[in-house]
Design a protein around this ligand. Structure first.
Ligand SMILES: [Zn+2]
Length: 155
């Protein structure tokens, strides 16, 4: 799927285009909560679609992309740990292992959503001083993760 960019005359893929929109969203943070929520839902829906496609590939024996996604989450958490000044000792291989042993089930609601749709969640949020370590991580589905937010529930 291609979208013609009239300004630069360059063809960008739909994915690049959506990511560009997301970057714009980061600069422009609407104060109005409804707009903010709408953007968040859009991002979630887009991510789910993207991960579904990767999961389909994963089922066909391609787990290179899966590792790439987990690594992206892992490095994102390292960055956030530095930002919040909490201890940062999350082992990538252990995180990967946790994913592979989860059988695609959410730790909280036990519904099978597929490993690619699980989100690593800090039991005690880094925002509240929880460490970025494997003991403080659980894999939740998107729904449970959204519901939990920064609270220390679901232990
Ligand atoms: Zn769940």
């Amino acid at each position: 799927m291609y979208k013609r960019n009239a300004a630069s005359g360059v063809n960008t893929t739909r994915r690049e285009w959506v990511f560009k929109k997301m970057d714009m969203g980061a600069q422009f943070r609407p104060q109005d909560p409804e707009t903010f929520e709408a953007i968040r839902l859009f991002k979630t829906a887009y991510n789910t679609l993207y991960y579904d496609r990767i999961y389909y590939r994963l089922q066909k024996g391609d787990n290179k992309n899966f590792q790439r996604i987990v690594r992206a989450k892992w490095s994102n958490y390292s960055m956030r740990a530095k930002k919040y000044g909490v201890s940062n000792d999350l082992d990538f291989d252990k995180l990967l292992e946790m994913y592979l042993h989860s059988n695609g089930k959410c730790t909280h609601c036990h519904i099978e959503v597929g490993i690619i749709n699980l989100v690593p969640d800090h039991i005690r949020s880094m925002y509240k001083g929880g460490p970025n370590t494997i003991d403080n991580i659980q894999l939740l589905c998107e729904k449970c993760n959204t519901k939990k937010g920064h609270r220390d529930e679901y232990k």
